[in-house]
Ligand binder design. Structure first.
Ligand SMILES: *Cc1c(COP(=O)(O)O)cnc(C)c1O
Length: 434
């Protein structure tokens, strides 16, 4: 397992942010989501530092769906990031964290009238429109409120990034946004631009997730800027913003060669600047929306091992006290992870195991095959790089309580989300006797 961020070892024990894994489990229970706070803060600053231009302002927007709670929203705010949300619940969370509503972008392919009204009433900065029906809702709600709603339109430039098909989003038949090649798109923009309740600010696109090749982002930037120019000339309007979305790939296993931000982001800026010159286009703001690449590396999950089971055939199982309830990704789309025995971190990992969860699903296998150092019941298994789309997708399947989230930094730890209790899980249950 590759150590990352502020991981180290102390006498054969893994430490994160200066705290031993066994101390974290003893203090907060198991399983446990652990977030390396300094690692997140460093990455937020790297995005801010490297995604800059002298030609336009840049917004680095944290896609909070990757890992949403009040604590991380407070950190994102302190780091000077904008933030995006995809539901009323995520919006509520960032507002509760004290986000200035003008810094919030609201996404989603089917925002409800209730969510849109909530967003407008809270003075949300920008709504990304997905379709004509949604635009009508926003326009009517804004008129009722005598407000001007700032919107971007989500479009698909038809770039097929080579990622898993569930996380690929801009093919021509994608459920998200409108195609740049659809003749109705330009007429739709024209209508929005002429609507007195709408401040049509620009276009948005997000080409998918876990994209490793910089070339796809360059292609996207060129296509989007060419399209933005076309919008300006055909609709006789000035666009303020082009939002290029997120999707920057990260390391999970040695199959992944992630983008190096210090190299990629300045190169990306250069591509954008060149595309602007080539298309004779300019605008005030260019935005990006990193989610996974902002938080994934900072998160680890600690589990306690139960039985080590040797079936008649196949690999032996190492059973963990969690599974698809705290990390759905392997069951959902065959995501892969590394792992190690945290309390024997320096010992050679030389025997192959299958790491299985405790949920009642055959598909609840966290890792299909991984070499571990002589795992025993009671050992701590660390699965690194679980910051994104794990806690965010957690469920109470089998009525398993969601683990606590603890932030660690410089030898200090702080609970960001308390562990659920059995009582929490039945809080909204009503009795036949009620
Ligand atoms: C999910 C999403 C993101 C973030 O994607 P990552 O792969 O986590 O970087 C950004 N923008 C939009 C519109 C999204 O839906």
């Amino acid at each position: 397992m590759q150590l990352n961020g502020n991981m180290a070892t102390d006498d054969n024990m893994l430490t994160i942010g200066g705290i031993r894994a066994d101390k974290l489990i003893a203090a907060y229970g198991s399983p446990l989501y652990v977030i390396d706070q300094a690692d997140f803060e460093d990455r937020a600053q790297a995005f801010k530092q490297y995604f800059v231009s002298e030609k336009f302002k840049t917004h680095v927007i944290y896609a909070s769906k990757a890992f949403s709670n009040v604590y991380i929203s407070e950190l994102a705010k302190a780091a000077g990031l904008h933030i995006d949300v995809v539901s009323g619940g995520e919006l509520y969370t960032v507002l509760k964290a004290g986000y200035d509503p003008s810094q919030v972008y609201f996404h989603g392919n089917n925002k409800t009238p209730h969510e849109l009204a909530y967003a407008l009433d809270q003075g949300i900065g920008t709504i990304i429109v997905d379709n004509d029906y949604e635009y009508q809702l926003i326009s009517d709600l804004a008129k009722e409120r005598k407000m001007l709603a700032r919107v971007l339109l989500r479009v698909n430039p038809g770039i097929e990034a080579d990622t898993h098909k569930y996380i690929q989003t801009t093919k021509e038949d994608s459920k998200f946004g409108m195609s740049t090649t659809d003749p109705r798109t330009m007429a739709f923009i024209q209508a929005m631009a002429q609507d007195p309740a709408i401040d049509f600010a620009g276009v948005h696109c997000h080409i998918g997730s876990q994209v490793m090749k910089a070339g796809f982002f360059y292609e996207e930037a060129q296509a989007m800027i060419a399209f933005a120019k076309q919008v300006e000339s055909q609709c006789q309007i000035d666009l303020q913003e082009v939002n290029l979305g997120g999707g920057f790939g990260v390391y999970y296993t040695d199959k992944d060669q992630p983008l190096n931000l210090a190299e990629f982001l300045p190169a990306y800026i250069k591509e954008i600047e060149q595309a602007m010159v080539a298309n004779d286009f300019s605008c005030d703001i260019i935005s990006i929306e990193p989610g996974r690449s902002m938080i994934n590396d900072s998160g680890s999950t600690l589990y306690t091992l139960g039985a080590i089971k040797h079936p008649q055939m196949g690999l032996p199982f190492a059973f963990i006290d969690g599974g698809m309830s705290d990390n759905l990704r392997p069951a959902l789309y065959q995501a892969e992870y590394e792992a190690a025995i945290a309390n024997r971190i320096n010992e050679p990992a030389d025997q192959a195991f299958r790491v299985a969860g405790k949920c009642c699903e055959t598909g609840d296998i966290l890792i299909q095959e991984i070499k571990l150092a002589n795992p025993q019941p009671g050992d701590i298994l660390v699965v690194p790089r679980t910051g994104a789309y794990t806690f965010a997708m957690a469920s109470n399947y089998n009525r398993i309580e969601k683990p606590a989230v603890v932030f660690v930094k410089d030898g200090q730890s702080k609970v960001a989300v308390k562990r659920e209790t059995y009582a929490d899980m039945t809080r909204n249950d009503c009795s036949i006797k009620d």
